[in-house]
Design a protein around this ligand. Structure first.
Ligand SMILES: C[S@@+](CC[C@H](N)C(=O)[O-])C[C@H]1O[C@@H](n2cnc3c(N)ncnc32)[C@H](O)[C@@H]1O
Length: 279
């Protein structure tokens, strides 16, 4: 397949209504944790309620996002030229394609999220950039995601692919069999492809109190709740991949490019992150 610069038409995005500012929204709440500017008063109020009961949500979200950027740079520097980013989120700067294109402008990035609010923001931030595309789909339907025309235009399944599932699988309950879903994507990837994955855990917050209260706030607002998982279960998502150094670790410990966090700072990070290479 020839790699040519192209822009994918935002057909799905054009059907999305104006963002609903009356109800708090998980993607906008997350943007608030990250320090972004895409949120309304209702989102800020809900976010502050979560932060009150579980202040560690802020360093955890920021550490996860920082990991994502380092992981994208790592993948592209090691030769990956096409990325499928599932669970895009509101594109807080820099987004996946911005990190990738700073290293290699020819990198193709397909963004997928199941949330029309994200699509609305993607419309203003992402689309129109050469070599990127965004579409609405649910990761629980790998056939639809992988068979989507935007994937067809951007991604060549005969060459290594960077599959990103950053801070998204914890929205998939056990009943939806997240490990089987990751395996379904893995089975379509050629050898040498990468999996970038980060996931929330309660391993560092064993008392669970703040975690449960934060969940209750999300439930009150009818926002998606997070399923925290222990180390072993998150490690299982890398089945069929060889973990790159330093393995599955708290996000700030993954190939840090600045000063390492103190033990006190690390104790506040409720997540794991890793990058695997398909065998
Ligand atoms: C916490 S944000 C993560 C954003 C970004 N990947 C990051 O690491 O900063 C999670 C995103 O996943 C999306 N999401 C949640 N469940 C999903 C699903 N089943 N299919 C596709 N996207 C989903 C949400 O809409 C949200 O935008």
């Amino acid at each position: 397949m020839m790699y040519q610069v192209s822009t994918v038409a935002p057909t799905v995005v054009s059907t999305v209504a104006e963002p609903d500012s009356a109800r708090p929204h998980p993607a906008r709440i997350y943007d608030y944790y990250l320090g972004g500017g895409d949120h309304f008063a209702v989102d800020r109020e809900a976010a502050r309620r979560v932060i009150d009961v579980f202040p560690d949500i802020v360093p955890t979200a920021r550490a996860s996002r920082a990991f994502m950027r380092r992981a994208v740079r790592y993948m592209v520097e090691s030769g990956i030229r096409q990325i499928v980013d599932i669970g895009t989120g509101i594109p807080t700067m820099p987004s996946t394609h911005q990190v990738a294109h700073a290293v290699a402008p020819e990198v193709r990035v397909a963004y997928i999220d199941n949330d029309p609010i994200v699509a609305a923001h993607a419309g203003s931030h992402l689309l129109g950039v050469a070599n990127t595309g965004f579409f609405l789909a649910d990761l629980r339907d790998p056939q639809t995601v992988l068979g989507h025309p935007t994937i067809g235009k951007l991604i060549d399944f005969d060459r290594p692919i960077g599959l990103m599932m950053s801070a998204v699988l914890h929205f998939v309950p056990d009943e939806a069999r997240p490990a089987a879903l990751v395996a379904a994507y893995r089975d379509r990837l050629p050898a040498g492809s990468r999996l970038v994955l980060s996931h929330a855990t309660a391993d560092y917050h064993p008392s669970q109190s703040g975690v449960d209260e934060a969940r209750a706030v999300h439930r009150d607002h009818r926002a998606a709740t997070t399923v925290t998982r222990p180390y072993e279960q998150i490690l299982g998502f890398f089945d069929g991949f060889e973990l790159e150094d330093p393995g599955l670790v708290q996000p700030p410990l993954w190939r840090a490019d600045g000063p390492l966090p103190t033990a006190g700072e690390l104790a506040r990070i409720g997540g794991y992150a890793g990058v695997g290479t398909k065998l």
